[in-house]
Design a protein around this ligand. Sequence first.
Ligand SMILES: [Fe+2]
Ligand SMILES: [Fe+2]
Length: 277
Amino acid sequence: MPFDLDQYLATSQKLDVSDIDWEDVSRHPIAVGEIKALEYMMDIEAHTLCYLRDLLNTDAGRDPEIADFLACWLYEESYHGRAIESFVRAAGVDRSPAICGARRPTWRERLESAGTAVLNSLRRDFHIVHMTWGSIQEITTLNGYLCLANRSRNPVLVQVLRRIIRDESRHFSFYYHKASEGLARSKSTQRLTEFLLRRFWGPVGYGVKAEREIDFMLQYIFGDAEGARHIRHIDQTISRLPGMAWFDLMSRRYQAAMSRAPRARGAWSRPVESALA
Ligand SMILES: [Fe+2]
Ligand SMILES: [Fe+2]
């Protein structure tokens, strides 16, 4: 998949929401589930800073294309978080995004960082695992926002999400392009990527959010026929990367979440005013 980095760098900018009338938000329906999903994504968009820190602990910064991309990527992602925060606040929920560096790392996270440092010192291609991982997370984010936008009855939310989706689509293209290039170069990189994804990968929010919150996102955002199609699309797209024909992790995690879906899923469609009252 070609990616025009020069054009991306020339056109990258903060998400423009200056024309959005935030007072209009509460004049249209907002579902309880939408707010819950947006609060989750607001934290995840803000977590980009910590993800970037992990990425820079690999050799990724030595690739000038990746170094150029990351600066714009962090900037764009942080404005996604701000736009979502503005929407959530306009809906009457007083909430700021979680600050990713504020929490002390768990023992598991410390062990993973130590393992990452060792692997990185042994393998020059370790950042390709991150590029592949990033491709999966960006395409999932993109498809998740698409599902939310297609279903929402709130035109302000639809407008904000459609603008974010344009950025997410370019983020995905970059990660996919770099993953494809790196995986195509070496069978051993493909094997390393498969081993680490099978052992450590989880959907967007994994390692930051509780499993039940990840379940909620999969059930709420992808829990209908359209959502199931998006899940298959994610697996099919990732499995077209060199050496990734085996990839079905998204469908597996989705099916596990759906098997635990509560019967009262209809409660998430309740208008937010009734929940706030
Ligand atoms: Fe984003
Ligand atoms: Fe993104």
